[in-house]
Ligand binder design. Structure first.
Ligand SMILES: C[C@@](CO)(OP(=O)(O)O)[C@H](O)COP(=O)(O)OP(=O)(O)OC[C@H]1O[C@@H](n2ccc(N)nc2=O)[C@H](O)[C@@H]1O
Ligand SMILES: Nc1ncnc2c1ncn2[C@@H]1O[C@H](COP(=O)(O)OP(=O)(O)O)[C@@H](O)[C@H]1O
Length: 354
């Protein structure tokens, strides 16, 4: 147990993109085996966990609907959730929230009866295939570990993260990593240093991850010739080089045909990015966000402006990666050395754009 205790701790965790997303067949447990190359990018979720005053929220001066644990009286709520930022209304503000599940996991493990108020500031598109909910869970784990003075190491936090969702361990770790199993088994790609500048085109509405996986199974049953991503060796090698164009040629996403089948309008978005001169365009994870990989930041600014003009996207953002994983930004011990993934960070990245 660490001697450090606090009344409130704030942590951030990054969005992910999949540079390679190979999906195997449906397993008996309802998941699919994955072979994926994850990369953390500079879009962040920010989560504050605070010891709540009896009868109060614990987080002061924030707006947003107060979550309520259905089936219990407000005054009895031990964990409350508020959410602000773009898309906040689509995020559950009750105990099904992944951040609340993360807090509850560590709280019960610690045998604590502390009342904890969670506030989430969204910076990652909701239901966009960029792991916003998983980043909430990752940031909540790191923050609660500090709030309750548990002193769990990074490996222990990633083990808890895997219980919350397949993408959560990567949001704790950040950087660039190979993911296997259902995506929760990670091997950091330490040499994957090539920086990427990416245009992120947000769609109207979201896509449900399990629905997209099911659509892929359906398409594969119908069309046995549907291409499947191969190995990751060439991509891993290219990521250790210096040329984003070489990397761009090797990007692949097995889920893209399923996302396009469910949301055919995304074809127009992909075409717009291609016509704007991106090195490569593809659907992000299960979609519907589309990613356009560019040579450098200036190129990304030009591509983003052109896509914006076509009106195919609800919103266009520019980001870059790799960046580090979940880390504490406010509370005791905050700073570059405080994050579980600090040894893996690629540079002095700080969350921006909020
Ligand atoms: C597809 C990916 C690619 O990185 O991300 P998104 O694009 O949605 O962000 C991930 O595999 C999403 O991971 P995550 O969102 O954590 O999924 P989970 O909560 O673990 O699972 C939700 C549901 O998705 C399906 N699922 C998930 C992971 C996996 N390897 N196989 C699956 O079939 C299952 O139906 C599962 O019940
Ligand atoms: N913190 C959260 N806890 C629980 N569910 C969330 C959270 N954030 C988003 N969601 C919900 O989970 C679903 C997936 O959201 P998200 O993680 O943002 O996207 P994706 O899985 O496509 O990366 C959405 O229906 C959204 O309402």
């Amino acid at each position: 147990m660490s001697p450090v205790h606090a009344r409130a701790v704030t942590a951030v965790a990054p969005a992910k993109i999949n540079l390679h997303l190979g999906v195997g067949d449906l397993r008996a447990d309802g998941y699919h085996d994955l072979l994926t190359v994850y990369r953390a990018v500079d879009l962040w979720e920010e989560v504050t966990v605070a010891l709540a005053e009896p009868g109060g929220d614990g987080v002061r001066g924030e707006t947003g609907a107060r979550g309520r644990d259905s089936g219990s009286d407000d005054d009895d709520d031990e964990i409350t959730v508020t959410v602000s930022g773009p898309g906040a209304g689509q995020v559950p503000a009750d105990r099904t929230n992944l951040a609340a599940r993360a807090v509850e996991l560590l709280r019960s493990e610690a045998g604590s009866d502390a009342r904890i108020a969670i506030h989430i500031r969204k910076g990652v598109p909701v239901a966009g295939g960029m792991a916003g909910g998983s980043a909430d869970a990752a940031a909540a784990l790191v923050a609660t570990d500090r709030l309750l003075g548990l002193g769990l190491g990074r490996a222990a936090l990633e083990e808890r993260a895997a219980r919350l969702g397949s993408d959560v361990p990567f949001c704790v770790r950040g950087g660039t990593a190979l993911g296997t199993g259902r995506g929760e088994e990670l091997a950091t790609l330490l040499h994957a240093r090539v920086e990427q500048h990416v245009v992120v085109a947000l769609a109207d509405g979201g896509l449900s991850t399990p629905v997209v996986f099911a659509e892929l199974d359906r398409l594969r049953a119908e069309r046995t010739d549907l291409p499947r991503a191969g190995g990751t060796e060439s991509l891993v090698q290219a990521l250790a080089g210096q040329d984003p164009a070489v990397v761009a040629d090797l990007l692949v996403n097995d889920m893209e045909p399923a996302a396009l089948s469910l949301m055919p309008a995304l074809r127009r978005t992909l075409r717009a990015g291609e016509e704007a001169g991106a090195l490569h365009g593809m659907v992000s994870g299960s979609g519907p966000t589309c990613l356009f990989f560019c040579g450098d930041r200036e190129h990304a600014i030009r591509v983003a402006a052109e896509i914006s003009e076509t009106g195919v996207a609800r919103e266009v953002r520019i980001t870059h990666g790799p960046v580090g994983g979940a880390r504490i930004i406010d509370g005791p011990g905050a700073g570059p050395g405080a994050a579980p993934g600090s040894g893996l960070r690629s540079g002095p990245d700080h969350p921006t754009g909020k």
